[in-house]
Every structure is written in C-alpha cells, then in structure tokens.
Design a binder for this molecule. Structure first.
Ligand code: 13P
Ligand code: SF4
Length: 310
C-alpha cells in the first residue's frame, strides 16, 4: 500500500520542523484554508510586512505571492526567507516596470511616486513610498507633493484619488484580474437579492462601479476588524473567496457569503506539501540584488512608519 499523508500528517510534520529550524510561517488571508491553519501569523499585506520586519526567527516561510515574500526579505535582510512556490506571482505586480516608471517620472518631475506593495522590487526601488490598501490614502496625504504618480493599480488609485481630492493623481493602468473581472456588479446584485440583510464589503482593488454599489471597502485586515465590531451579522464579501474562510474562523457567530469564482489562482499555488518541502530543504530562497534591496527598503520602511502612525 502506498502511504499518502493526510492534511493533518503534513500539518503536524510542518509544525515539528518549524520548531526544529526556528522558523516562522507568515500567511496571507487568501491562502488555501489548510495553509492558513498552519500559519504563525495570517494577515493582510501590511500586517505581514510588519511581522516580517520584526521577526526574530532564523527562517521566514512566506505563504503569499512573490512580491510579499520579496518585501519580507527587503525589510529583514538578515533572515533566510523561503517562498514555497516561486511561481506564485501577482500578475498585477508584473504590469509595472522600472523603465516605464522612469519615463513617467521624467514627464512629471515634481510628482512623488507611491507604489502599492503589489509591485516588483525594481519598481519599489524607483518609488518614494509604498502603500497597501489599508493605508494608501494616509500615505498619499503624508506627502508634501501635490502631484502623485500611483502605481500599479488603477482601481485602488481611483479609490484613493476620491479620498484625497487635494492631490493630483497620475494613475498607472494596472489591475488585478481577480478583483476587476471576477467580482462584478451582477455578482453583487444577485447576492443582495438572496441576502437582503447582508452588508456588502469589497476590496478597493474592485472597479469603481462595484465599490460604489457596495456599502464599504476595506483591506483584508480591515474587513476582519469591521465585521468583528459591526452590529450587523451578515456580510457579502467582495474579494478573494478564501477570505471568507478566515472571517468564518475568526468570527464564528456571524454569516459570510463569498463570490465563488473570485479566486486568485496564484495564491493557490502554495500547498502544504510545498511548505513541508521548503522546510525540509530550506529552499527555494528569495534572493534579490543588493542594490535593489537597499533602494526598495527606503519606500517600504517609510510605509511601515506612516502605517503605524510614527
Ligand atoms: P490586502 O493587503 O488587503 O491583504 O490585499 C492584498 C492583495 O493582494 C489584494 O489582492
Ligand atoms: Fe495579485 Fe490580485 Fe492575487 Fe492580490 S488577488 S495577489 S492583486 S492577482
């Protein structure tokens, strides 16, 4: 008989190795449920960046897409940062590149560059400050510049532009396929008919028409604190569908409805087997050129300081 380990065999082997290798597992809210369950910390991009910067373990296993694992290394360069599936990449991050950014900067010499963390390390290196969806408006307001080049998400950029009308925003035309094309007005209307009492909460990477139809927009961590503290008991969640696993686990007394087709296929490339292999072999390592890391650290650290209110 061929031995096939169960999820719980894999999970307990992973936890044993985490202790043996003095590792920490950081997990994004969109990861598969079984991967969320083995995390030491499960969070949004900002929370994960902060945890990575503070980690004192020798090894960081990053269960998220590549830019998140890269940010962990940039913020804590002394650590061995492992990304169990290097092909787990954010397609939106690939929509902006350093050369085109330099060209745009030369056309707007007085503009500050704000880059969403969903960017390559090279684009971060050419930016003044990074942001996540939890702090984008605060980051833009913190800058003295009137003009802001915002990369790469046009939807988050438009959402922020409405909150900071005093700024002139130049928006990069990137987008997230999951939020742009797999979460539609039609999906929300159908769910609202089925669950008229539910509050609709979406991610600011959704289109402006979806955001306008919904009741509120939050980062993934913002969704958790809002739903926890709200008097409402039913919520329609307009973001990657495994966010609802996290919400149901943290807030068992309330009801959450997901949009089933809202999947980020790249987030799903990380499995328990790959996490285990990563711990056993201490690979694949996240590596970046030293000069890019040094330049990209400045905007990331500025974001962490603004996000924490320092
Ligand atoms: P959060 O920072 O809200 O977790 O979002 C990250 C992301 O990639 C959304 O698609
Ligand atoms: Fe990138 Fe969209 Fe996936 Fe987030 S959900 S990691 S923005 S592709």
């Amino acid at each position: 008989m061929v031995y096939r380990p169960t999820m719980s065999d894999l999970a307990s082997r992973i936890r044993t190795l985490v202790a043996e290798k003095n590792a920490i597992i950081l997990v994004h809210n969109y990861q598969l449920p079984e991967v969320q369950d083995i995390g030491d910390f499960v969070g949004d991009s900002f929370g994960l960046a902060v945890k990575a910067s503070e980690a004192d373990a020798d090894v960081i296993i990053f269960c998220g897409v590549n830019f998140m694992a890269e940010s962990a290394l940039i913020l804590n360069p002394g650590k061995l940062v492992l990304h169990p599936e290097p092909e787990s990449r954010c397609p939106m991050a690939a929509m902006a590149n350093a050369e085109s950014l330099e060209l745009l900067k030369s056309k707007h010499p007085t503009a500050a560059v704000v880059s969403y963390v969903n960017t390559t390390a090279e684009v971060k290196a050419g930016s003044d400050i990074c942001c996540t969806s939890s702090n984008a408006a605060k980051v833009c307001r913190s800058l003295p510049n009137k003009k802001i080049i915002f990369t790469p998400d046009v939807n988050l950029g438009s959402y922020v532009a409405r909150q900071v009308p005093e700024k002139e925003m130049i928006l990069w035309p990137g987008y997230c396929d999951t939020h742009q094309n797999r979460i539609t007005l039609e999906d929300l209307r159908t769910l609202r008919e089925l669950h008229p009492e539910a509050e609709i909460i979406v991610h600011p990477e959704c289109t402006p028409e979806v955001i306008d139809y919904s009741d509120r927009a939050f980062s993934t961590a913002g969704m958790i604190s809002h739903c926890m503290n709200s008097d409402r008991t039913e919520f329609i969640i307009g973001t990657e569908r495994d966010m609802v696993y996290r919400l149901r686990k943290d807030i068992p007394g309330k009801t959450f409805y997901a949009i089933d087709k809202a999947v980020c296929p790249n987030m799903k490339k990380i499995t328990l087997k790959k996490v285990l292999a990563s711990l056993e072999t201490l690979s694949p390592k996240v590596e970046l050129p030293e000069d890019i890391m040094q330049k990209a650290r400045i905007p990331l650290e500025r974001m962490v300081a603004v996000g924490r209110g320092e």
